[in-house]
Design a protein around this ligand. Structure first.
Ligand SMILES: [Mg+2]
Length: 275
C-alpha cells in the first residue's frame, strides 16, 4: 500500500481510474455510508465499482443502489458472481454447470450459453446462495467426488450487514464443502484473486499504475490490489486514518469539518456517466 503521508485521499486526485469496493465503503446493507454520494460526485467519471457480491447482476445492483440514492450505471459495476459466470463461459463454452446461487446468476449463465444441470455437471459454481441447504451440500459433494470442477465466486466468510451484523458469505458455504472434502481445490474469481481488478483495468483501458483501489478490507481489497500491481487505500482501519469515503474527498470541492462530516457546500446531485 502506498499513500500520500499528509492526506489519504490525495492519491485519488492524480489517478486516472478508481476501483471502489461496495460493501463497507459505499453501503452497509441498504444504508449509504458517510461520503458515498459525494465520493461518486467527485470521482464517478473515473470510477468502477469492483465487488465480491455474487448475488446481483449489474442491472439489479444498479437499481438497488438507485433506490437508496446512488446513481451507478450497470456498465460501471463488476461483480464476482457475474464475472465467474463469464469466465466459465469463456473458458468452457456450453459447459454443463450446477449453480448454487440466485436466479440472477442462473439467468446470466443461460444467457452466456451455459447449460444448467442438476446431474453430472462439468462444473459446480458456488456463489452466495441464500437458499443453500443440506441437500445442496450433499449434491455438491457428489458432483465434486464425481469429477466436477469447483468454481467459487469469492472466499469471504462474511460481509458487513446492517447494524454491524456479519452476513454469511460464499466462503462460509465453501467451508462446509471443505469440512466434508478437505482436499478440495477450486478456481476463485473475487478479490483477493486478481481477476476482478484485471477486468476493471480492461474496462477502463488503463494500466495498474494509473489506478487506485479503494476498499475496507486489507485481506481482500488490499491484497487483491497488491497482486494486480494497483495502489490501494484501505478505509476504516488504523493504517490510513481514513474512517470512511468522506475522509477521501477532495478538500477544495468538499470541505470536511473537524468531525469528518461533509460541509453543507457538498452538492446534492450525483451521478456517473454511462459511457
Ligand atoms: Mg468491503
Amino acid at each position: 500500500m502506498q499513500q500520500d503521508m499528509d492526506r489519504p485521499g490525495s492519491l485519488l486526485e492524480g489517478a486516472e481510474g478508481i476501483l471502489c469496493d461496495l460493501d463497507g465503503c459505499l453501503i452497509s446493507g441498504d444504508q449509504l455510508l458517510a461520503g458515498a454520494v459525494e465520493f461518486i460526485h467527485a470521482y464517478g467519471d473515473k470510477m468502477v465499482v469492483v465487488t465480491n457480491n455474487s448475488t446481483d447482476s449489474p442491472g439489479s445492483l444498479s437499481r438497488r443502489l438507485e433506490a437508496i440514492g446512488l446513481h451507478i450505471p450497470a456498465s460501471r459495476i463488476l461483480l464476482a458472481g457475474i464475472c465467474a459466470v463469464e469466465m466459465i463461459a469463456g473458458q468452457s463454452p456450453g459447459a454443463q454447470v450446477f449453480i448454487a446461487g440466485t436466479d440472477e446468476i442462473a439467468r446470466h449463465a443461460e444467457a452466456q450459453g451455459l447449460a444448467l444441470v442438476t446431474d453430472t455437471p462439468d462444473i459446480v459454481l458456488l456463489t452466495r446462495d441464500e437458499k443453500f441447504s443440506y441437500q445442496t451440500l450433499q449434491a455438491i459433494i457428489g458432483h465434486l467426488v464425481g469429477g466436477a470442477v469447483l468454481w467459487v465466486a469469492n472466499t469471504d466468510r462474511t460481509h458487513p450487514g446492517q447494524n454491524g451484523h456479519p452476513v454469511p458469505e460464499t466462503g462460509t458455504l465453501l467451508a462446509a464443502i471443505r469440512s466434508c472434502l478437505p482436499d478440495t481445490i477450486w478456481e476463485e474469481v473475487g478479490k483477493p484473486s486478481g481477476a476482478l481488478y484485471q477486468k476493471a483495468l480492461d474496462l477502463l483501458g488503463l494500466a495498474p499504475e494509473q489506478t487506485v483501489a479503494v476498499g475496507d478490507n486489507p485481506d481482500t481489497d488490499g491484497e487483491g490490489a497488491r497482486r494486480a500491481g494497483i495502489r490501494s487505500i484501505i478505509i476504516g482501519g488504523d493504517v490510513t486514518g481514513a474512517r470512511s469515503l468522506a475522509d477521501l474527498l477532495p478538500v477544495s470541492d468538499f470541505p470536511v469539518t473537524g468531525d469528518g462530516n461533509i460541509g453543507s457546500e457538498a452538492p446534492a446531485k450525483t451521478g456517473l456517466n454511462d459511457d
